[in-house]
Design a protein around this ligand. Structure first.
Ligand SMILES: [Zn+2]
Length: 427
């Protein structure tokens, strides 16, 4: 287990993280019952209801996100993140090598009425997953049932294609998809990547050269057919092409040189890069390599999984931000277990399962008693602060007891014999 944030950082850069292979789910349900609904459900209703439960539990995140997450053996909870991807994004997931478990990815399908959702399982490979649809996605991170511990997790978006102009990046894009052309009579069906005349353009991915020729708007143009996906890539305004029709190219192989042919004549040299499937598609997510870094984990990881309590009345937030909406009010001494860190914040889980974000400085270890008492009659201690929970032990009359934390009316107590448990509705 990684013990502190500096070690986490170092581990990250030293490539001590492994990239896990995600499962192909089309063959049936997972251990935890999450299924590729479209394939396996004989009648949609049960699966859809189940999917909605999974979705209700998922944490909405803006990518990129980095967390250090604690998993409890036998809890079967796992972790689920929901996020948005655009067609052409590649999602990359990295999990600390200590983690033992599976990662699975679903596309969240939305019905026309906008309410009913179904999860559709997707394939993952060690390069991540390339989104073929814009929309919401769900990533499950499920530890093996007997695995307990904590691990860094990073989920980020990356471009799915090689940048098509050698030596350039998305900063060189100066005209975007959908921009008006000819006073609004048509719109721009690609992106314009500016570079010095003669700069090499390269194959964005492996495929066949489908067409090399000349047209009125594009001038010297090349169409590349993706070897794997149903896309054509369009290179226009070339000074010249360096490929011929039918030729196989690998990602990064030369296609031609940047110029001003076609209707770019007289302007600045640039590559017009377009992507077509059934119609034109915005190329930006495919090539946008100017991706943000996630906020680093800076809070101490050693207290993850430990039962703690609030020092004073505290609001737990919806997101790790002091200005975020308050979702829980925790009175002084409220039991809260840090289960994840994002940035300098703890995501805490209460004994009743509710969760929220709390700054670590608002929590303290359950060491010094909040109050003490002596039992007058035998009292049962429960494993959870619920009537339905099982009894861990029964303290005989005359036992000295320390109250260490609270959850509603219940108290987390420690007897002078060392036994601990929940005392329900004392007094
Ligand atoms: Zn253009």
């Amino acid at each position: 287990m990684l013990r502190c944030s500096t070690v986490v950082q170092r581990g990250w850069h030293a490539r001590r993280l492994v990239r896990l292979v995600l499962l192909i789910l089309a063959c049936g349900p997972l251990d935890n019952g999450v299924a590729g609904a479209a394939e396996v459900a004989p009648s949609g209703d049960t699966e859809v209801a189940h999917d909605q439960l999974v979705l209700a539990r998922a944490i909405d995140v803006d990518l990129p996100v980095r967390e250090h997450v604690w998993f409890e053996a036998g809890s079967n909870d796992g972790l689920a993140y929901a996020f948005t991807l655009a067609e052409g994004h590649r999602i990359v997931v990295e999990v600390g090598e200590a983690f033992a478990g599976t990662l699975t990815l679903d596309y969240i399908g939305v019905d026309l009425d906008g309410t009913t959702t179904e999860l559709e399982s997707l394939e993952f490979d060690d390069g991540g997953h390339r989104a073929e649809r814009s929309g919401r996605y769900l990533l499950h991170i499920d530890p093996e049932p007997d695995w307990s511990g904590s691990a860094p997790i990073e989920v980020r978006k990356a471009p799915s294609l090689t940048f098509p102009v050698r030596g350039k990046n998305a900063q060189a894009i100066q005209s975007f998809f959908g921009a008006p052309r000819e006073r609004g009579r048509r719109s721009h069906h690609g992106v314009d990547i500016f570079a010095a005349r003669g700069t090499e353009t390269v194959a964005a991915t492996a495929g066949f050269v489908a067409f090399v020729g000349v047209n009125r708007l594009g001038g010297n143009v090349v169409f590349l057919r993706d070897a794997t996906y149903d896309y054509f890539y369009y290179y226009a305004h070339l000074q010249d092409a360096s490929v011929s029709t039918g030729q196989w190219v690998e990602a990064g192989d030369p296609i031609g040189r940047v110029g001003t042919s076609g209707n770019a004549r007289g302007g600045s040299p640039h590559l017009h890069f377009g992507i077509y499937r059934h119609g034109p598609i915005d190329p930006l997510p495919f090539v946008h390599d100017r991706v943000r870094s996630p906020v680093p984990v800076t809070a101490e990881t050693t207290q993850l999984g430990e039962l703690m309590r609030t020092k004073a009345r505290t609001f737990a937030r919806e997101t790790p931000n002091e200005k975020a909406r308050s979702v829980l009010t925790l009175e002084r001494g409220a039991a809260a277990r840090p289960i994840a860190i994002r940035g300098s914040w703890y995501r805490v889980r209460l004994p009743d399962g509710r969760e929220g974000w709390v700054a670590p400085r608002r929590l303290q270890a359950v060491e010094r008693p909040l109050s003490v008492f002596r039992t007058e009659v035998p009292i049962p201690l429960f494993v959870a602060p619920l009537e339905s929970s099982t009894i861990a032990t029964t303290l005989p009359a005359g036992t000295d007891v320390e109250v260490l934390a609270r959850s509603g009316d219940a108290e987390w107590v420690r007897a002078n014999t060392g036994e601990t448990g929940w005392r329900l509705a004392p007094g």
